[in-house]
Design a protein around this ligand. Structure first.
Ligand SMILES: [Zn+2]
Length: 150
């Protein structure tokens, strides 16, 4: 679903959501509101299930990203062999035990081995590992991603 919205600030906002998924998740949140004693038809709650569904899609969007493909899309030969550090990457996610949102900063460092990747690719790789985050290792270790990338 493409939702076009004029922001009044000189640009058009385009949001991309999976309409079927939004509809299914919205239905569950309609039930959840009833279960906690709310009236989902109440003025302030009318669009809440849909907003929650879209927020969940936004916060968990990394599932459709392939970290290895992201890195390989911008690899450059480089003899530089000092550590490359990308700091203060914004991370938004949900904790895997309660699905409560949290945010923070990630720092990624690597030592080039003949090639470097575009700096803008590193935050996208962090996105790919952040959908439902646990306290330990990445929740979805990717065996295709070498420990020390090419
Ligand atoms: Zn938790």
């Amino acid at each position: 679903m493409r939702a076009h919205e004029t922001t009044g600030e000189g640009y058009e906002r385009i949001d991309l959501y999976d309409a079927k998924s939004v509809a299914r998740i919205s239905g569950h949140y309609d039930d959840i509101l009833k279960q906690i004693g709310e009236d989902p038809k109440r003025e302030g709650l009318k669009k809440t299930p849909e907003r929650v569904a879209k927020a969940l899609q936004y916060l968990t969007h990394g599932y459709d990203l392939d970290p290895s493909a992201i890195l390989k899309s911008a690899l450059f030969k480089e003899s530089y062999s000092q550590m490359v550090l990308v700091k203060d990457i914004e991370v938004y996610s949900l904790c895997e035990h309660h699905m409560l949102p949290f945010f923070g900063k990630a720092h990624v460092a690597y030592i080039p081995n003949g090639r470097i990747t575009g700096l803008s690719k590193i935050p996208r790789v962090v996105d790919a590992y952040a959908p439902l985050a646990g306290a330990g290792a990445p929740h979805r270790p990717d065996p295709r991603l070498p420990a020390r990338h090419p």
